[in-house]
Write a protein that binds this ligand. Sequence first.
Ligand code: ZN
Length: 236
Amino acid sequence: MPRFDDLDRLEVLTVITGRLVNETPFRVGVGREPPLGSGVDLVPITIRFVDGRSVPYIPGSSMKGVLRSLAEAMVRAQGKDDVHSPLDFEKIEEEAKNGNYCIICGTFGSTKLASHIRIYDAYPETDALTFVKTSVGINREFRGVDPGILYTEQQVVPHVRWSFRMDVINIRVFPEPQDERGKLLRSLIGMLVDGMVQVGARRTLGYGRLRLEKGSYRVYGVEGGRLVKKAEGDVV
Ligand SMILES: [Zn+2]
């Protein structure tokens, strides 16, 4: 059983890069909003000013939150490991005391353990056009459309290309995974390639579906105090 609290020394670094394409529109978030679904719906995609222009981007923390939820669902489906909430501080404290972390914390981190993965903010590689859509609200009390409730939302058009980079520290994922966490990360990257990952609000309506194109990996190891490339290839 590998120890998961091994981030005091770098042994292997895997850098996964590629291009994300949003197959469906993205809703643009405006600061902190009330969650429409789970907690990871918060601020799916945000505007940042770069060179005086406003540019939408997908925060790496949102991507990581979505991948963590997917990983939890997969582990739960396998029935192999207890999955606890990322806010179950009692369990997190217990894991830290025993030095025995679950596969999810051992990958994504917890308040007591640094994360083994890092996902960078994804910026558009081409112009990310946005449009404003006006919708008719739903009257919650009567469960029907209510023409009196109109709201507008800003959306990013489909098929925008976004830069993608994810670093994996001390978990071997490619060319072959070497533990359960590596296998889990391989599955998650496979889901991204297959266009099965959704980020952001309104996922039940199909919004924010991402596909990873041209995904490739580079694996580095430490030799004589410096990083040396050990392997590279395509993620599929
Ligand atoms: Zn845990």
